[in-house]
Design a protein around this ligand. Structure first.
Ligand code: FDA
Length: 388
């Protein structure tokens, strides 16, 4: 095969590596993906009836405080000035998230100042605190008190995990931010926005290089391919961004994931919910949230009488499901350690991305990690092993 590097997975990690190696080092790179499109989970496409861009694997909001990543991504796309905000419906009433002074005052029908609200939540947190934190509920109550926990965290978490929070480990949450002002911007990063002409246009530009060949609908583990990509391991370096347990045929046991189900609908109304994302905090609504995609791009000329919504349901992933969020139980962590030992025995394969490292990565983290992999591993590797 006339190639210097094989990249498995055309998500942000794989494409960043491919783009850097092609542009900076002049390497010939083959990128394969088992899906029929590039972009991994950030892929978006246009819903044909409405012309509205839909993020196919759930809403993707770009945000980062990493200047290197921001400068890098801006070489492929410019960004709108979109600022993400989320609301939640609880008992028939809509509240702003993350929990802030607006949420607190609306919930307690009050007009607390920041100092008064802080004192109230500290008092409620102290009242609810137990000597030994045994589960997620104990921890959440100790952080924000029982009333806010029961309204905004308990049932939503139960829906996300299909598990009573009293049976979930405390470490599922590390903190529950409460803002004692009226700032309801969801992210607090320095840079934020959405790609002006969509995710797919951005991602296509990353792959648009004569030295990069992208092969779609090509599974690394499919031994019947025209050219067996797996045979390349041992002949050229491979960057692998698929699931780490799958690479080793699950020899140390499968790692557990949560998955999402999406239910898309075109609704014959100009505006369904008035905001991009509405969470549903209570268990009487089965889905966790509804996305309404036209609100991500108010600057676009979208139809005034139609909209696209997507209901999101969360559950544990089974064999054939898309892995989305690592569950990360104690058993998973033990297995991951054993997989890492096996990775160390594979000098010709670099594992990266969220599936290859079994960790949730935002887009900017996946891109940042790929830039580091390029600088710290691939550049030195090819400096000593220059392609013919
Ligand atoms: P990614 O999963 O994108 O790509 C891996 C690719 O490998 C896939 O295309 C897969 O098909 C391919 N592959 C796997 N096995 C293979 C095999 N055997 N052979 C060939 N190809 C194979 N981030 C953010 O910054 N803001 C946000 O709002 C969101 N929102 C969000 C919502 C949801 C529901 C999810 C699951 C994730 C997000 N993200 C996010 C995270 C974002 O999607 C993530 O950072 C990137 O997808 C990571 O890129 P990777 O390249 O690591 O993986």
């Amino acid at each position: 095969m006339n190639v210097d590097l094989v990249v498995v997975g055309a998500g942000f990690f794989g494409l960043t590596v491919a783009e850097r190696c092609a542009n900076e080092l002049g390497l010939r790179v083959v990128v394969i993906d088992k899906r029929d499109h590039i972009g991994g989970n950030a892929y978006s496409s246009v819903e044909p009836e409405t012309g509205i861009e839909v993020h196919r694997y759930g809403a993707h909001l770009f945000h980062t405080s990493n200047k290197v990543v921001w400068d890098y991504v801006n070489t492929f796309t410019s960004f709108t000035d979109y600022r993400h905000r989320v609301y939640t419906t609880h008992k028939g009433e809509v509240f702003p998230l993350p929990i802030n002074l607006g949420t607190i005052n609306q919930f307690f029908h009050s007009a607390y100042s920041p100092t008064e609200a802080r004192a109230l939540i500290s008092e409620q947190a102290a009242e609810g605190a137990v000597a030994t934190v045994a589960n997620l509920e104990d921890k959440a109550v100790a952080l924000i008190g029982r009333p806010l926990y029961e309204a905004f965290i308990r049932d939503y978490t139960a829906k996300q995990w299909q598990t009573d929070p009293r049976e979930l480990p405390a470490e599922v949450i590390s903190r529950l931010p409460v803002r004692y002002n009226y700032d309801n911007r969801y992210f607090s990063d320095t840079y934020e926005g959405l790609p002006v002409d969509g995710y797919t246009a951005w991602i296509e530009r990353m792959a648009d290089h004569p030295n990069i060949e992208v092969r779609l609908s090509t599974d690394f583990f499919d031994l019947d391919q025209e050219i067996n990509i797996r045979d390349t391991v041992g002949t050229v370096p491979v960057v692998y961004t698929g699931p780490v347990d799958r690479y080793f045929d699950y020899s140390e046991g499968p790692l557990s994931w949560r998955t999402l189900d999406f239910e898309e609908e075109v609704v014959q109304t100009g505006d369904y919910q008035g905001t991009p994302v509405m969470n549903y905090a209570d268990t009487d609504v089965e889905y966790t949230r509804i996305h309404e995609f036209k609100h991500f791009h108010p600057e676009r000329d979208y139809p005034a009488d139609k909209t696209v919504i997507m209901r999101e349901y969360s559950r544990f992933a089974e064999d054939a499901d898309e892995p989305y969020y690592p569950v990360n139980t104690a058993v998973d962590r033990e297995r991951l350690l054993r997989y890492r030992e096996r990775i160390a025995e594979q000098p010709n394969v670099i594992f990266g991305g969220r599936l290859g490292t079994y960790q949730y990565l935002d887009m900017h983290m996946a891109i940042g990690a790929a830039l580091s992999t390029f600088e710290n591993k691939l550049r030195p590797l090819f400096a000593t092993d220059a392609p013919a």
